[in-house]
Design a protein around this ligand. Structure first.
Ligand code: NAD
Ligand code: MG
Length: 392
C-alpha cells in the first residue's frame, strides 16, 4: 500500500550486474525504498555516482587504496565513506529491512553472513555463499530468524512455484539451463574456446565470473547445490534440463503429476523485483512475453561429456561436507586462470575435479561447524588449485 513506510535497503555489490539492476528498480520506485549502504570492490567513481543518485547513507569500498578517490567524489554530500573488508561487514550490519547480497564469489561470505545474522530479509544473489557454506549459512538464517529470498532466476522461479507447497508433496525440482554459448559446439571445438567466445552469453547479460560458469555449465552445478540448501528436497530430486530460450526458469513437479513452472523474459529485474517486494509485487520494466511470437520453447538433456563441470558439481553435492566449498574455491581459481589465458576452457572442470581429489586425500572434505571452518577450507582449496595450475 502507498502508506507503507519505505523499505530500508542495503546493496552489497552495488556496481555489479545484479547490483545495478537492483538500483535500476529502486530508481523507478524511489518512494518504496530508502537506500542505506552501498558497497563495491574498487570502482569508486561508479559507487559514488550510485550513492549520490540514490542518496545512500554510507558508501563502502572493499579496496582500501580506493578510499581517497571515493571520499573526493562524495565530498560535501554528507554520505559517509569507509573501506576494507571490515567496513563491508559493517555495511551489511547497518540497520536495514532488506539486504541485497550481490557480491560475487566467496568474497561475499562474511558480509552475507553478517546480513543474515541480523534476522532481516536477505535477498540472496551470491550463490557461492550457499554452495560453500550451505549448512552453516542456513543454520545462521534459522538462528537469527532472517528471511532468505533467492534472487538467482531459477531459484526465484522455484520459490514462486513452491508457494503453499506442503512438505512431502514435492517430487522433483528441475532447473533450466540456457546451455550457454557452446551448447552446440563439438568437444574438439571446446578445447580451444577463448574467453571472448565464452563471455558472449546468448540470453543473459551478467558479470564475467557467472558468464564463464554458464559456458562450462558449472553455473547449473552450483545452482543444484544452491537449490539443495534452499528447498526441502533430497539431492536426487534435483535435476536440470537445457532450455535455450531461457523463458521457463524452473519446473516444480508435485506428487499428483502437476508441474508448476515460472516463465519470464530473461532479465534479472524480474527475480530481483520478486525478492524486493515479496509477498507483494512491484513493477519491473522488462520485456513482456509474447508466446505466439516466440512460437516454440525447446528442451534437451544436458551433455555431461562435453560439459563435465556439471558432473563434477553433482558429485560434490552427493559427497557433501566441505566438498562444495572446495568445488567453489577451485572453480573461482579456474575461471580466473581461464580469463587470464593460463588454462584452456576444458581445464577449468579438470582443475576442479583434481582439487576435489587432492582435498579428499588430505582429509579436507569433512563436516564444517562454522563460517571460519569454511573459510579455512576455502583458503586451502585455493592453494591446492594454484599448485595444480602450476603443473598445467
Ligand atoms: P559482477 O561481477 O557484475 O558484480 C560483482 C559485485 O561485487 C561488484 O559490485 C563488485 O564491486 C563486487 N565485488 C567483487 N569482488 C569483490 C570483493 N572481493 N569484495 C567485495 N566486493 C566485491 O557480478 P554479478 O554478475 O552481479 O553477480 C553477483 C552475484 O550474483 C554472483 O554471486 C552471481 O553468481 C550471482 N548471480 C548473478 C546473476 C546475474 O545475472 N548477473 C544471476 C544470478 C546470480
Ligand atoms: Mg541462475
Amino acid at each position: 500500500p502507498e502508506t507503507a513506510r519505505p523499505c530500508r535497503l542495503t546493496v552489497l555489490g552495488a556496481t555489479g550486474s545484479v547490483g545495478k539492476s537492483t538500483l535500476d528498480l529502486v530508481g523507478r520506485a524511489p518512494e518504496r525504498f530508502e537506500v542505506m549502504a552501498l558497497t563495491a570492490q574498487s570502482n569508486a567513481p561508479a559507487l559514488a555516482a550510485l550513492a549520490r543518485q540514490h542518496r545512500a547513507k554510507l558508501a563502502v569500498i572493499g579496496d582500501e587504496k580506493c578510499l581517497g578517490q571515493l571520499r573526493d567524489e562524495l565530498a560535501g554530500t554528507g554520505i559517509r565513506t569507509s573501506a576494507g573488508s571490515g567496513a563491508l561487514v559493517e555495511a551489511a550490519l547497518m540497520p536495514a529491512d532488506c539486504v541485497m547480497a550481490a557480491i560475487v564469489g566467496a568474497a561475499g561470505l562474511r558480509p552475507t553472513f553478517a546480513a543474515a545474522s541480523r534476522g532481516r530479509r536477505v535477498a540472496l544473489a551470491n550463490k557461492e555463499c550457499l554452495v560453500s557454506a550451505g549448512h552453516v549459512f542456513t543454520a545462521e538464517v534459522k538462528r537469527s530468524g532472517a528471511e532468505l529470498l533467492p534472487v538467482d532466476s531459477e531459484h526465484s522461479a522455484a520459490f514462486q512455484a513452491l508457494t503453499g507447497a506442503e512438505p512431502g508433496s514435492i517430487e522433483k525440482i528441475v532447473l533450466t539451463a540456457s546451455g550457454g554459448p557452446f551448447r552446440t559446439w563439438a568437444r574438439e571445438a571446446l578445447e580451444n574456446a577463448t574467453p571472448e567466445q565464452a563471455l558472449k552469453h546468448p540470453n543473459w547479460s551478467m558479470g564475467a565470473k557467472i558468464t564463464i560458469d554458464s559456458a562450462t555449465l558449472m553455473n547449473k552445478g552450483l545452482e543444484l547445490i544452491e537449490a539443495f540448501h534452499l528447498f526441502p528436497v533430497a539431492a536426487d530430486a534435483l535435476d536440470c534440463v537445457v532450455h535455450p530460450q531461457s523463458i521457463v526458469h524452473c519446473l516444480v513437479s508435485y506428487v499428483d503429476g502437476s508441474v508448476l513452472a515460472q516463465m519470464a523474459a530473461p532479465d534479472m529485474r524480474t527475480p530481483i523485483a520478486v525478492a524486493l517486494a515479496w509477498p507483494g509485487r512491484m513493477v519491473a520494466p522488462t520485456e513482456r512475453l509474447d508466446l505466439a511470437r516466440l512460437g516454440s520453447l525447446t528442451f534437451e538433456a544436458p551433455d555431461e561429456t562435453r560439459f563435465p563441470a556439471l558432473r563434477v558439481a553433482r558429485s560434490a553435492l552427493r559427497r557433501g561436507d566441505t566438498a562444495p566449498a572446495v568445488l567453489n574455491a577451485a572453480n573461482e581459481i579456474g575461471v580466473q586462470a581461464f580469463l587470464n589465458r593460463r588454462i584452456k576452457f576444458l581445464e577449468i572442470a579438470r582443475l576442479v575435479e583434481e582439487t576435489l581429489d587432492v582435498a579428499e586425500r588430505q582429509g579436507a572434505i569433512c563436516p564444517a561447524q562454522c563460517l571460519d571452518d569454511i573459510l579455512l577450507i576455502d583458503e586451502l582449496a585455493r592453494r591446492l588449485a594454484e599448485d595444480a595450475l602450476n603443473r598445467y
